[in-house]
Design a protein around this ligand. Structure first.
Ligand SMILES: NC(=O)c1ccc[n+]([C@@H]2O[C@H](COP(=O)([O-])OP(=O)(O)OC[C@H]3O[C@@H](n4cnc5c(N)ncnc54)[C@H](OP(=O)(O)O)[C@@H]3O)[C@@H](O)[C@H]2O)c1
Length: 290
């Protein structure tokens, strides 16, 4: 199977490359190699490589900046996905697209299922919802929604917290938004399983098991990093409310994803987020990458 990966330089893109089964012929294209918002470049690239599957790991992911740069967010997260779906269909490829828990408004009290009603609170969430719709115009598309993606690569909540815990004397973290962390490596493995399952289509959810507030996650990051010698001192972490920590984009108060259908379809189990975090920190400690 030949797989073209867009956004291959991002945190998920890098994990997709590392987790690719040996049977896959990989065509990893980072932002420099392929701008997915460039319609002609996408048409030419897909026609040249004739992939069997396109995994779209490219996105405009700066949630707060998207409030003012909404046109760029909508172009990359919305229309560009529609163009990818169109070009995929032309060469008979399947499109696997990644979306987000931020398509939900957070008013639910039970984990969101793939068919739960969406109602994004932000430009980022709305642009990603538009991308889902445009992806699904291609009959062979799969959309996998994830939440709070983290890895040892790049900027994410875990690497950001570790950096702040090294550099600052006190941290302030929101304690009234509940979601589920998703280890990018596990997400990449799920996407490869989806790539091998031609019978799957539509929207699917994936995150690690369990849920937490950002504050609870930060406390666990600190403890696990101390246990592994990645941090040497404890800095106080102050829990605050969303109201005390204003951001440009509104975020859902509750955005836990129900991944049970994905577990059943792929015959896999979610690993508790505390365990995936521990494995990632073990890898960081082994490579002394801090
Ligand atoms: N991160 C999260 O917490 C989270 C949560 C839920 C869902 N997701 C979804 O997961 C997917 C992967 O995100 P990620 O966490 O891996 O984000 P990431 O690390 O920011 O990676 C996104 C990649 O897309 C590239 N990109 C941006 N604009 C592009 C364009 N026009 N053409 C080609 N590439 C472009 C970026 O390159 P540059 O850096 O050079 O711009 C970057 O390498 C996205 O669909 C995202 O919406 C992420």
């Amino acid at each position: 199977m030949r797989a073209l990966i867009t956004g291959s330089g991002g945190q998920l893109g890098l994990e997709l490359i590392e987790a690719a089964p040996s049977t896959i012929e990989l065509i990893p294209l980072d932002h420099t190699a392929l701008d997915i918002a460039d319609e002609g470049a996408v048409r030419r690239s897909v026609a040249e490589h004739t992939p069997d599957v396109i995994i779209n790991a490219a996105a405009y992911t700066d949630v707060d900046r998207a409030e003012r740069e909404w046109d760029a967010a909508w172009s990359i997260n919305g229309d560009a996905v529609g163009n990818l779906a169109l070009r995929a269909t032309e060469v008979g490829a399947r499109l696997i697209h990644v979306s987000t828990d931020f398509v939900f408004d957070g008013t639910a009290t039970e984990p969101y299922r793939p068919d739960s009603e969406s109602n994004p609170l932000s430009e980022y969430g709305a642009s990603k919802l538009e991308g889902e719709a445009q992806a699904l115009e291609s009959a062979a598309a799969i959309v996998v929604r994830a939440s709070r993606v983290f890895s040892s690569h790049g900027d994410n909540f875990v690497t950001g917290m570790l950096r702040q815990m090294l550099e600052q004397d006190e941290l302030t973290v929101v304690d009234d938004q509940v979601g589920s962390p998703t280890w990018a490596q596990g997400l990449a493995e799920v996407l490869w399983r989806c790539a091998e399952r031609a019978d799957l289509a539509g929207i699917w959810h994936w995150s690690d098991g369990g849920s937490c507030t950002w504050y609870q996650w930060a406390r666990t990051i600190q403890q696990q990093a101390l246990d592994r010698g990645l941090l040497e001192r404890i800095v106080p972490i102050r829990a605050v409310s969303t109201a005390e920590y204003p951001t440009a984009a509104a975020r859902p108060a509750f955005s836990v994803l129900d991944s049970s259908a994905t577990c059943t379809a792929l015959a896999i189990q979610q690993v508790p987020w505390e365990d995936t975090l521990g494995t990632m920190l073990d890898q960081m400690a082994d490579s002394a990458s801090l």
